[in-house]
Design a protein around this ligand. Sequence first.
Ligand code: ADP
Length: 681
Amino acid sequence: MNKLRFSDLIDVAMVQELMDGYYAVTGIPTGIIDGEGHVWTATGWLDICTKFHRINPVTAEKCRESDTYISTHLHTGQPYVSYKCAHGLTDVSSPIIVGGQHVAQVMTGQFFLEKPDVEFFREQARKFGFDEDAYLKALAEVPLITEEKLDAIMKFLAKLAQFLADMGYKRLKEIEAQEALQQAHASLERKVEERTVELKAAKETAEAANRAKSVFLANMSHELRTPLNAVLGFSQVMKNSRDVTVEQRENLNIITRSGEHLLHLINNVLDMSKIESGRVELEESPLDLHQLVQEIRSLMYVRAHEKELNFTLEQSPDLPRHIAVDGGKLRQVLLNLIGNAMKYTKQGGVTLRAMGTQQETAGRASVRFEVKDTGPGIHREDREHIFAPFVQLGDQPPTEASSGLGLAICRQYVELMGGAIGVAGEPGKGSVFYFEIPVTVLAPETMPAARQRGRVIGMAEGQPRYRLLIAEDHPENRLLLHKMLEPFGFDLREAANGQVAVAIFAEWRPHLIWMDIRMPIMDGLEATRHIKATDAGAQTRIVAITAHALEKERREILAAGCDDFIRKPYKDVEILEALTKNLGVRFVYEEETTPVAVAMELHAAALAELPDELLNTLEQALSRIDINAVGRAIEEIRAHHPSLADALAAVARDLQFGRMLWMVRAALGETGPEDETCIKK
Ligand code: ADP
């Protein structure tokens, strides 16, 4: 610490009060002065000194001699110093030493130890021109004390100085501690500042890396989706062909399933990157929850069958039906959880439980889903971190490709929907993944009418001959669109880049342009802007087709003037629906048929009621893949159960013999799905 000041260490006002008390009792003046001559306390100082001796230069010189003596003898280690000045007055001082530093001294005086010689003072008055009366009056005020009293005064003084020094020392230690604390605090603040700067730099680097990653993922997903579009689209085109054989159809189904699996993986990676960069938004719309659950059940029946697992749906009666929710995300979460349950379970089965929880306020409710499996289960210590991206537990090698992103996406989506997700169960006894989300319950009449349409089989009569331009740089994808549209008798032309598309537009004036966005020479956005800038362009509908899947691109595409937007890989229905939406093209639909899997499931119970004999005949025909025998067996069933026969005939038309066989065997009590039951809560 720097030079210590008395007032930094001692409460001066308190000491002044103490000294005033001392003066009142003893009548002896006191003061506390420091080395620089600063007077901290002063009590009862004598006129003889302040008005006479210290005023005249000659007598003041004597005073200074006294001061000098005292100050030079203060540090001899004695508790006090006393000095009798040339005028016969005595002064006593005691040093206050704090932490080795002289901070001030307590002094008392002046006083006489013996009666003063008045004549001497008269002489002084004359010699130095003092007003004699006033001078002698001041002299009379100087206290006279005895030797014994002097001893007591000195001891008191020394003790007081010691006491003040002790107090000062304590205060000094406090100050030092405070300073050390302040320094530590300042150094901490400096460190925090330094760390903040470092973190900011690290954050910026990470953000730049993240941006680069997003761009990379968007590009990569584009590159992967483009060929996938051709793979899935051509499989579809071939499946639609009449002369495809059973074996070819099976092979095409495998291609489609593998392609869809690949698409699922690409979408997962893309979803995760969207989540990480905070670009995922909730898109709520009306949903028939019962229908969604049934749809999922139909989808899962097939997978369960392939893996020889049971799949059970337990739908509680209080599950709300018409709700507003982000249906896409809810569906993805359910499919991910059930998909995992199937993936990691080797024997037994998977149960989906869907239930409503108590209605909170009018229109608001919570729904809870549980996906229970008989797989390996998850250890308590893994339950939290399996929801982090890219975490895969090493102890159970999955049978199918996985990315370690499924659960991370589930958690993000459930939380975005305002809910919570978790997992329970015992290692070795299976897992239960569960989540609960709040939903808005809707009145049935607010639900949009469900579109019930079968396959498109042609175009309605009396429509213009539409000119459609396909602008797409990949020859396979150009050909795919061509093959999808050709059977309907549209006039088709093709362009391999935006520039050619603009030229064909100017000369041919198509009704609609399928505009790929990424193309060489001139991309789809620029071509759209050129076309839409012309008067004729306003009459031409432009439907963007892109493998990009980010919302940002969608906005860019619409801002460039495109009327609609389709993502690759697309299905043929999406292409046809875009024609209806944008040009009003009317198609003829095949009569609505119940989807195969649903038809089968609806009739699982009816199947079980058939006589075993009929079932056995059907089973044998199916196992031989004898189409004619299957047909005959179905006709025999018609006599017992006409609607069941219709459903079976539909399945047979789709050549889904494997699935039918599995159902029949289940009805015979061999293998197959458990029957659906409602939960009795
Ligand atoms: P993955 O693509 O690997 O399935 P997920 O994020 O979906 O990624 O799951 C993370 C990990 O959690 C899986 O690798 C697996 O180890 C474990 N897991 C997920 N679901 C189950 C389940 N139903 N039973 C056992 N383990 C599971």
